[in-house]
Design a protein around this ligand. Structure first.
Ligand code: HEC
Ligand code: HEC
Length: 432
């Protein structure tokens, strides 16, 4: 049997952080427990799971507790996880020493010169998350807090490590600045609020760290479940130390490498004159040799109603036309063609998905030209919007950016020549 202390030495020395109940803050009162990933205990169609493998389930829970701490109040910062300042931003207390000599010390904000500021106690990522984010994103970051059931789109599940609004290559983890922007500015047009008025820049960084911590924990849990699903329940060697080290190193490395992979354009934005906007429009409509599919998803009028997705009224009927738990029944009631279309187009978290209405000029990931550049160049992770670099060169992407940003102010851009009107719902249901 591997003792806990030996295991930690094997991984390198972990820091134990303790998050107090923060007596002055009633929201922080009382301990919380992490919630298992469903795939740990349930049979999930088409997904790796450990249903019926209690010994491996116990190993996964024990490994997560040893690597990340057994509860949100007792955080272990694994060596090599790459958190700035060793992860001290995650909590408000830390344990110094082990066993008999262990004592608990408060953590202070840092002065500009790096020394702790004795007048300024830190709330820590966990405390901030608990107060501001947990009711939507949930204790384990599964996007399942008590408010989540009432929201569409639903809050992000952090446990896959997939983020939509990033500046890094398609499929890569986000840069810290991407998460900072999301938390500071919110995601326009969704219920994800902007926190710039509620949190200081330092606190936003603490929240960023805690989001990354929950992602790393969730990604490790998923990796262990996948490994366990191809392991024998009775194999005492299964999910041993070596494989754990390898899996966690993989998780940490993906986060670390993303921090040096921001895809900044190498040429400045093309001047947004009429010619550039029209070149962008023709790219959008698939009139160039690249034959882009933008309009297939976003629609010929860019209203988010392209034929690759179910029509807006069908979407609204399924998503908003009753209790969310009875959604499958509303999908079942669709005709076969619509049902196929519907089932092809969930996002990577299994939620219903709609392309953006680009005429409104509301962009979740920000409306700066560089934001739109990143969305088009590297796509939107988890949401079917594909990367267009290097299919398109940077100048072409800037033309598209100029078109997208001009469209809300110039609806006639797509009005001539008049595009094909989309069939009404009844006809669509009958004919497709
Ligand atoms: C009222 C509910 C709500 C609260 C409170 C909330 N969020 Fe969100 N959050 C959302 C929703 C909804 C989305 C997903 C929107 C989408 O996918 O279009 C989201 C998405 C995110 C994302 C993913 C961005 C991406 O690129 O994919 C991050 C990171 C995030 N939230 C962090 C936080 C943090 C940190 C807090 C607390 C400081 C917080 N959220 C509070 C609802 C909320
Ligand atoms: C396969 C379908 C598909 C294609 C092709 C596609 N998109 Fe998208 N696009 C989407 C979806 C879905 C969303 C909404 C994602 C979300 O809200 O999470 C989106 C969102 C967007 C956004 C909004 C980003 C934001 O911050 O809210 C822009 C801008 C955009 N697409 C532009 C384009 C352009 C320009 C093209 C062609 C070069 C294109 N899209 C091609 C599916 C697609």
């Amino acid at each position: 049997m591997i003792t806990r202390s030996r295991f930690i030495v094997a991984l390198g020395l972990a820091i134990l952080l303790v998050t107090s109940a923060g007596c002055t803050d009633s929201l922080n009162a009382g301990p919380l427990s992490y919630v298992d990933n469903d795939a740990l205990t349930h049979e999930l169609k088409g997904k790796a799971n450990l249903a019926g493998k209690p010994a491996l389930q116990a190993k996964v829970r024990a490994a997560l507790a040893r690597i990340f701490g057994e509860s949100p109040q007792r955080i272990r910062v694994p060596e090599n996880s790459g958190f700035p300042s060793g992860g001290l931003s995650l909590a408000n207390f830390r344990q110094v020493g082990e066993g008999e000599s262990a004592r608990i010390e408060p953590i202070y904000h840092q002065l500009p010169d790096g020394r702790p500021d004795p007048n300024h106690r830190q709330t820590g990522g966990y405390g901030l998350y608990r107060r501001n984010c947990l009711h939507c994103h949930g204790v384990s970051g599964a996007g399942d807090g008590p408010t989540a059931a009432f929201l569409f789109p639903p809050p992000r599940d952090f446990r896959k490590g997939i983020y939509k609004f990033t500046s890094t290559p398609s499929g890569a983890r986000p840069h810290r600045d991407d998460l900072t922007r999301t938390i500071r500015d919110g995601l326009s047009g969704t219920s994800m609020p902007a926190f710039d008025a509620l949190m200081t820049p330092s606190e936003i960084q603490q929240a960023v760290d805690y989001v990354i911590f929950l992602s790393m924990r969730g990604e490790t849990e998923l990796a262990l479940i996948e490994e366990g699903s191809i392991s024998d329940e009775n194999d005492t060697e299964a999910l041993g130390e070596e494989i754990l080290k390898e899996l966690t190193a993989g998780v940490f490395d993906r986060w670390k490498s993303a921090q040096t992979q921001v895809m900044n354009p190498t040429i400045p934005r093309t001047k947004s004159d009429h010619e550039s906007v029209i070149r962008g429009r023709d790219l959008f409509l698939g009139r160039t040799k690249e034959k882009l599919e933008c309009a297939g998803c976003h629609g010929a009028l860019a209203k988010g109603d392209g034929p690759s997705f179910v029509p807006v009224d069908v979407f609204n009927m399924v998503v908003f036309g009753g209790d969310p738990s009875t959604r499958p029944e509303r999908v079942d009631a669709l005709d076969e063609t619509l049902k196929t279309l519907w089932n092809q187009k969930p996002d990577d978290w299994g939620n219903p998905l709609r392309p953006a209405n680009l005429v409104k000029g509301v962009f979740k990931g920000g409306r700066r030209p560089i934001d739109i550049f990143w969305r088009i160049a590297k796509g939107i992770n988890g949401a079917q919007m594909p990367a267009h670099y290097p299919t398109l060169n940077e100048a072409q992407i800037w033309d598209l950016v100029n078109f997208v940003l001009a469209l809300p102010y110039d609806p006639d851009l797509l009005a001539s020549p008049p595009p094909m009107p989309r069939p009404k719902l009844a006809e669509a249901g009958a004919s497709r």
